[in-house]
Write a protein that binds this ligand. Structure first.
Ligand SMILES: NC(=O)c1ccc[n+]([C@@H]2O[C@H](COP(=O)([O-])OP(=O)(O)OC[C@H]3O[C@@H](n4cnc5c(N)ncnc54)[C@H](OP(=O)(O)O)[C@@H]3O)[C@@H](O)[C@H]2O)c1
Length: 162
């Protein structure tokens, strides 16, 4: 299982129910990385998707404890028992895609985290990703060259859990 996120220097990832930055190159990276995989997200993150629609080309799994909630092309899991029985033993093709509450619950079940690390510190961030620089067992394995898109500077970082 892997996590994928776009975070600022302080590991900020969102405000209200939206992202902090609009970075087209990051959206492209997210699409390329997750295409064909299972993506697991929280209900709030699902509601923040464009048109509140499942992302095409991926199995969309949404964690939500509202009885009876459903959406087209979405598999709803009401708890982790349902999630892990759906995913089965092999979770190598599963991406955790947010938001804060789901990252916090699942980060230690991940072996890899793909962080688009934006060289910015949003002072209005309200949602955060766990700080992998301080989290036991995690280390930065690879950092890309500096990238630029839509006026932002960022790197594509890969953290692994030892
Ligand atoms: N920068 C990025 O890459 C990125 C990526 C994704 C999201 N985000 C941001 O993250 C923020 C949203 O994060 P969030 O923490 O507020 O919400 P979230 O994690 O997306 O969703 C929270 C909701 O998911 C449901 N849920 C979570 N864990 C569950 C479990 N174990 N079993 C059953 N239901 C569960 C609950 O729904 P109920 O309300 O039904 O209980 C909970 O209220 C937004 O700002 C979004 O833009 C950023």
């Amino acid at each position: 299982m892997k996590a994928i996120v776009c975070a600022d220097r302080n590991w900020g990832i969102g405000k209200g129910n939206g992202m902090l930055f609009h970075i087209p190159a990051d959206l492209k990276y997210f699409k390329e990385m997750t295409m064909g995989s299972t993506i697991v997200m929280g209900y709030a993150t699902f509601l923040s998707l464009p048109g509140q629609k499942a992302l095409p080309g991926r199995r969309n799994v949404v964690l939500c404890d509202i009885d009876g909630w459903s959406a087209p092309d979405v598999t709803v899991c009401h708890n982790f028992d349902e999630l892990f029985s759906l995913l089965g033993e092999d979770t190598s093709n599963v991406f955790v895609t947010g938001g804060q509450s789901v990252y916090e619950q699942l980060i230690d079940r991940c072996d890899t985290a793909y962080i688009t690390r934006v060289d910015d510190a949003a002072d209005d961030a309200e949602k955060f990703f766990p700080n992998l620089d301080k989290r036991e067992g995690w280390k930065l394995q690879e950092r890309s060259e500096k990238q630029e898109s839509n006026g932002y500077t960022f790197t594509f970082d890969t953290y692994i859990k030892e």
